[in-house]
Design a protein around this ligand. Structure first.
Ligand code: SF4
Length: 297
């Protein structure tokens, strides 16, 4: 992690109330993310800290060093209602720094000790380190894990998610979690129009997820706003200059035109039907889910 500035911080509170989502609370143990995905919608959270969400998103990372202790105090409170908490809505809670700091692990232990159901969103196989805690949390309160895999094309994955483990390693993590009895899903996210939105690409991820033991696959379509837009267009200039005009036309605002996202949803539905009917004994549930920015404090 050469070239990464790590800024340790102490937080007064860590649980963030969330509205309009299927979970009541979110936790983000870090701000910024070493994975530096070119499409990352959370980049703008850096601007709240007067950091540059484009160039510094992966090179200046804020670590809430006392987050596990603070969460333990928050969930021990008599007023705590044990509503579902999702970890990793605006950063990857298993990015490489977690190997050293073990903050996410400490948070899971606190949620287990004061039984609180949890969801985790990650692109990192490091999560398998904590299978023991996940199993004990699953027993007392329930836990679900979502591993994000946008494509099985290793070259494209390296372009889009420069420091994330290759898709095959993430699928191995899905398999290990499933074999450990953890409720694990694959997030086919994001789907980028005309880049990874072909039926073949979608089907490859859905089949691989199913084969690895994922219980569900969900997807969303690329959103581009402020700093994410700047970063994504920089990526297109570097890697897909021929797509620049298409994306400028398609993304006049944050979202792809309705017709484009509807077509992607339909393609995913068709893949679901075909894979279910011809290949898999169990139903693959693929649902569009737009993760709103459930920002950390
Ligand atoms: S892993 Fe998640 S939080 Fe990290 S850069 Fe990628 S999309 Fe953003």
């Amino acid at each position: 992690m050469r070239g990464v500035e790590v800024i340790e911080q102490t937080a007064k509170s860590v649980l963030n109330a969330v509205r309009g989502m299927p979970f009541g609370w979110s936790i983000n143990p870090y701000r910024g993310c070493y994975h530096q995905c070119r499409f990352c919608y959370a980049r703008r959270t850096h601007t709240y800290l007067e950091a540059d969400g484009s160039t510094q998103w992966g090179s200046r990372i804020y670590v809430k060093v006392n987050a596990a202790a603070v969460v333990r105090t928050e969930v021990a409170a008599r007023s705590w209602k044990h509503e579902k908490v999702t970890i990793g809505t605006a950063t990857d809670p298993y990015q490489p720094l977690e190997g050293r700091y073990r903050i996410t692990r400490g948070i899971l232990e606190a949620l287990r000790d004061y039984p609180t159901p949890a969801g985790i969103i990650t692109r990192s196989p490091l999560i398998v380190r904590d299978i023991d805690v996940l199993q004990s949390l699953a027993r007392v309160a329930g836990v679900s894990v979502s591993v994000s895999i946008a494509t099985l094309d290793e070259t494209l994955a390296r372009e889009l998610e420069p420091t994330v483990a290759p898709p095959r390693q993430r699928l191995r993590a899905v398999r290990m979690l499933a074999e450990a009895g953890i409720d694990v899903s694959v997030a086919l996210a994001p789907i980028l129009p005309q880049i990874n939105d072909s039926a073949e690409s979608i089907e490859a991820v859905v089949r691989a997820a199913r084969d690895a033991g994922a219980r569900r696959v969900w997807h969303n379509t690329l959103n581009l706003h402020d700093v994410t837009r700047d970063e994504f267009f920089r990526y297109l200039r570097e890697s897909h200059p021929a797509m620049l005009a298409t994306y400028a036309q398609m993304y006049r605002g944050k979202y792809a035109p309705r017709a484009v996202s509807d077509a992607i949803d339909e393609r995913v539905r068709a893949v679901r039907s075909s894979t279910h009917e011809t290949h898999f004994p169990r139903i693959v549930t693929v649902q569009p889910l737009q993760l709103a920015l459930a920002l950390s404090s």
